[in-house]
Design a protein around this ligand. Structure first.
Ligand code: SF4
Ligand code: FES
Length: 145
């Protein structure tokens, strides 16, 4: 499946959202920890970079558990955010396996994709974008601690 990327910009950063990787954790917008002035799924566009300071937006994106949200600073486009520590694997309740760290994923044809930061891998078996989680677990009632 071709990966769709949507881009949103202010003067300082370009935000990328990959819908097929979003696990619908709601962390970016819901509750006190969310940033609903920028991330609001009830509105279009659902991401409004003018809704908060660049620092605040970057801090929120860093909390996205799937890596669906990412950013590049416009004056440092060549830089790719990388985690330097050991790889950590965490289970997301009723959802995917989250792999933190720099990994390479090889598909059946032998093509490799470099993943930095966080990668969500399907644990429910129903994703249409395997091995990645595409959020389907929220629709099929998948339950696992
Ligand atoms: S996975 Fe990321 S982009 Fe998707 S809802 Fe959660 S925080 Fe937002
Ligand atoms: S765990 Fe999310 S689609 Fe399977």
């Amino acid at each position: 499946m071709k990966e769709i990327s949507k881009k949103y910009s202010n003067d300082e950063i370009e935000i990328t959202w990959k819908p097929s990787v979003c696990i619908h954790s709601t962390k970016c917008w819901r509750g006190e920890e969310g940033l609903s002035s920028v991330f609001n799924p009830a509105e279009r566009p659902w991401i409004k970079p003018e809704g908060a300071s660049t620092e605040r937006i970057m801090a929120q994106i860093d909390k996205c558990p799937s890596g669906a949200l990412s950013y590049v600073k416009k004056n440092k486009e060549a830089e790719s955010p990388q985690i330097q520590s050991a790889t950590i694997i965490e289970t997301f309740e009723n959802g995917p396996l989250l792999v933190y760290g720099n990994i390479r994923i090889k598909d059946k044809a032998g093509n490799e994709t470099q993943k930095n930061k966080v990668t969500a891998l399907c644990r429910c078996g129903a994703s249409l974008n395997k091995p990645y989680c595409d959020g389907t677990h929220t629709k099929n009632g998948f339950q696992a601690s």
